[in-house]
Design a protein around this ligand. Structure first.
Ligand SMILES: [Zn+2]
Length: 345
């Protein structure tokens, strides 16, 4: 019994010197195609000996900066540019990415809730298992690129799930600073129930130093968010030492560190209706500030419901879709250094 699912590797050999493009084939029998395999695109670039870096995007299929940036990197990065090995997995949840959806159309799997996966499980579970036990397991560093997706906008930020080991935490923070996003959000480990199931904690479980990034959202990209992604990747690869030579990327801007130590820093909709936001991501808010309103338009004369922030902080997530159901997240905030939970700054 192995933790690694029985996949087909097509055109790819992780030990081969040079650059190769290929696919990780996850078996999936369907009515249309009885011996079908789901093709996860992957690029391996190897030169001499050095650290192995795994670059991931498309864990959520409707988050695009990483997919575009990694596609360009896979085409342009050459073996002579590096010392070590770079693995590029641009559409990690391929069925979701191909559909432009957060979750897989095959099994509704949210890949970032499924680690460590199951070798004999559903397609999404097998992808998670292969990523953790075959790819993360041979990686020294993992960079996992995300954005807000279709439903939310996320402030541009490097993401650190803080490791308890001080040296490893310092390495995480050094990579986050090199990435150079306007914000770095530090999540306390185990601060959310699903944290053991995400790619960053899976990478740490396999011994890799891992950071993530949230780069925008609303199911779209901008020239700014793409530029940050591409330059941030170059800076991080230089910092790790896998990218040789002189960096042509400008130095990183100073990143503002925010922290989030618990899951209750969100505001959720308590009724269905149309959401009128009052603030945008990156806004500083104080306890009592109006966050937004929900209008129940199909009930004439029904008063709108006002939502307020109950702590001081910085808005890191704001809902982008106007239609809301009870249970939808409207906002999430994180805290500046020195914030004491539940109180004013
Ligand atoms: Zn995501």
């Amino acid at each position: 019994m192995t933790d690694i699912p029985n996949v087909r590797l097509i055109g790819i050999d992780f030990e081969r010197e040079g650059k190769s493009h290929g696919y990780i084939g996850i078996q999936h029998s369907t009515t249309r195609s009885c011996y079908y395999w789901v093709p996860l695109p992957i690029t391996c670039i190897k030169n001499s000996s050095g650290p192995t870096v795994l670059l991931i995007s498309g864990i959520h299929g409707d988050e695009y900066e990483g997919q575009i940036a990694l596609s360009k990197l896979a085409a342009n990065l050459q073996p002579v540019d590096i010392t070590g090995r770079v693995l590029i997995l641009p559409m990690a949840n391929f069925p979701a990415a191909k559909t432009g959806a957060r979750t897989s159309p095959i099994d509704d799997g949210d890949l970032n809730r499924l680690f460590p996966g199951e070798a004999n499980g559903s397609v999404s579970q097998q992808i998670a298992a292969y990523m953790e036990h075959a790819l993360m397991a041979i990686s020294d560093f993992v960079i996992d690129l995300h954005a807000g997706g279709s439903s939310i906008m996320h402030v541009a930020a490097a993401i650190v799930v803080a490791e308890e080991d001080a040296v490893r935490f310092q390495q995480q923070m050094a990579l986050a600073q090199a990435f150079g996003a306007p914000y770095t959000i530090v999540y306390a480990s185990r601060s959310q129930p699903h944290f053991g199931k995400i790619a960053l904690t899976a990478s740490a479980r396999q011994g890799a130093i891992a950071i993530g990034a949230e780069l925008g959202g609303a199911g779209s990209v901008t020239s700014n968010s793409l530029s940050l992604t591409e330059l941030g990747l170059i800076r991080v690869l230089h910092k790790i030492g896998v990218l040789a030579g002189i960096s042509n990327a400008p130095p990183p801007m100073r990143t503002q560190v925010l922290s989030s130590d618990r899951p209750d820093t969100m505001i959720w909709a308590m009724e269905a209706g149309l959401f009128e936001p009052a603030v945008t991501v990156g806004s500083s808010v104080r306890r009592g500030d109006v966050a937004g309103r929900i209008h129940v338009v199909d009930s004439p004369g029904y008063p709108s419901t006002e939502y307020r922030f109950d702590e001081d902080g910085v808005v890191t997530v704001a809902r982008f879709m106007t239609q809301v159901q009870r249970g939808d997240c409207l906002y999430r905030i994180a805290f500046r250094p020195g914030h004491s939970p539940g109180s004013h700054e």
